[in-house]
Design a binder for this molecule. Structure first.
Ligand SMILES: Cc1ncc(COP(=O)(O)O)c(C=O)c1O
Length: 373
């Protein structure tokens, strides 16, 4: 198997070793508080009897699966609690490939870098499919790329890195294409709570037996370290996904699942709304500064990333390092996300210093491009 270390590790190491003060806009770790009920549940957990320190059911704590099923409007039997959305994506991809329905995965370009890696890990072949200029689904490009070899079409909405929210009708058309070529559609909705425009509609509403929806609590509860996600599978795929989950992991972490279950029950919608408001403010401040820097950028409809392109300063690894050294801001090179945005740099807005970073970029790029200095 070929495996390339994700570029973000490299950028983070470079930024950590830099001489000056660097603002990290590389990682997708929320910088705000988890729900208070989650902290309370963890404190409580420390005093539970010894059986609470033993294996949970492999598919996840029953009460957590029930809460997820109720929220997402599906039967509890379809819910597998996983080690983050990352594992849920892996299970969905594995289901697609183990059906003898081809080896190809259609991935939208730009792409979340873990998708091609996982596809290859599972013996599949990733094919990048162009998206529209603003990152939306290009249904005709998907149709053109799809063939009998296609086993999987992977979508992510709201999208990392473009911030696009896919139109539900476009997803429906992609599902019809999948139906025609006997592929499964994975829809990764890990940023579902970060719908900044109110336009997000879950693919679950399509009620299709071709669709596996994945999500998790890493982002919505600001707990990337807890590793709680889930896959919602059509009935015919549940058993095999649960078996793979059990054979690979035995089970997921019980204290994390317990705490997430309590937080789900006790956290009001205000918690999620506040995080969205904070992000919306950061998007405004950051994009204002990008305007001042003369940059082109995509204004995210959801998730928490901004892609920007600076005239005469393509988003190569070398330029990303230069930005770390000369402007004190670390972003991700665009070519980490496929081929579509090689000239761009992705900035994650999950830092309290997002506004300061924006000012640094505005100062650095100012009226002239660095290349002309
Ligand atoms: C699109 C996408 N899917 C999945 C993940 C991983 O989520 P989790 O922490 O729930 O495994 C991320 C993390 O950045 C992501 O951006």
């Amino acid at each position: 198997m070929e495996y390339e270390e994700p570029k973000f590790f490299h950028v983070m190491e470079y930024a950590a070793a830099a001489d000056g003060d660097v603002i990290d806009m590389v990682s997708g770790n929320p910088d705000w508080e988890p729900p208070s009920a989650l902290r309370e549940a963890l404190r409580e957990y420390a005093d539970l009897p010894p059986d609470a320190f033993q294996y949970p059911p492999s598919a996840g704590l029953r009460e957590l699966r029930e809460a997820i099923a109720e929220r997402r409007g599906v039967d509890v039997d379809r819910v597998v609690v996983t080690n983050g959305t990352g594992e849920a994506n892996y299970l969905a991809m594995a289901r697609a490939f183990e059906r003898d329905a081809g080896d190809e995965a259609l991935l939208m370009d730009p792409v979340y870098p873990y998708y091609p890696g996982k596809v290859q890990l599972l013996g599949g072949e990733p094919t990048l499919v162009p998206t529209t200029r603003d990152g939306g689904l290009d249904v005709s490009a998907v149709r053109e790329a799809a063939s009998e070899e296609t086993a999987l079409i992977a979508l992510n909405t709201p999208n990392n890195p473009t911030g696009a929210i896919y139109d539900r009708d476009a997803i429906r058309e992609v599902v019809a294409i999948a139906d025609a070529v006997d592929a499964l559609v994975l829809v990764d909705e890990v940023y579902d709570h970060f719908d900044l425009t109110g336009s997000f509609e879950s693919a679950l509403t399509l009620d299709s037996d071709r669709v596996i929806v994945t999500s998790g609590f890493s982002k919505s509860m600001a707990i990337t370290g807890f590793r709680v996600g889930y896959a919602l599978l059509p009935d015919e795929h549940v058993f095999k996904a649960k078996a793979r989950h059990m054979l690979v992991n035995v089970a997921g972490p019980r204290p994390s699942q317990y705490a997430v279950h309590h937080a789900l029950a006790e956290t009001s919608p205000d918690y999620y709304a506040e995080a969205r408001e904070l992000l919306a403010e950061r998007v405004d401040a950051f994009t204002d500064a990008l305007d001042a820097a003369g940059a082109e950028y995509s204004r995210p409809e959801g998730a928490f990333y901004v892609l920007a392109r600076f005239e005469g300063f393509p988003g190569t690894m070398a330029n990303v390092k230069r930005l770390i050294d000369e402007a004190g801001v670390a972003g991700m090179p665009g070519d980490a996300f496929g081929t579509a945005r090689g000239d761009w740099i992705r900035f994650a807005l999950v830092t309290p210093r997002a506004v300061e970073a924006a000012e640094r970029l505005a100062d650095y790029f100012g009226d002239e491009t660095p290349a002309s200095r």
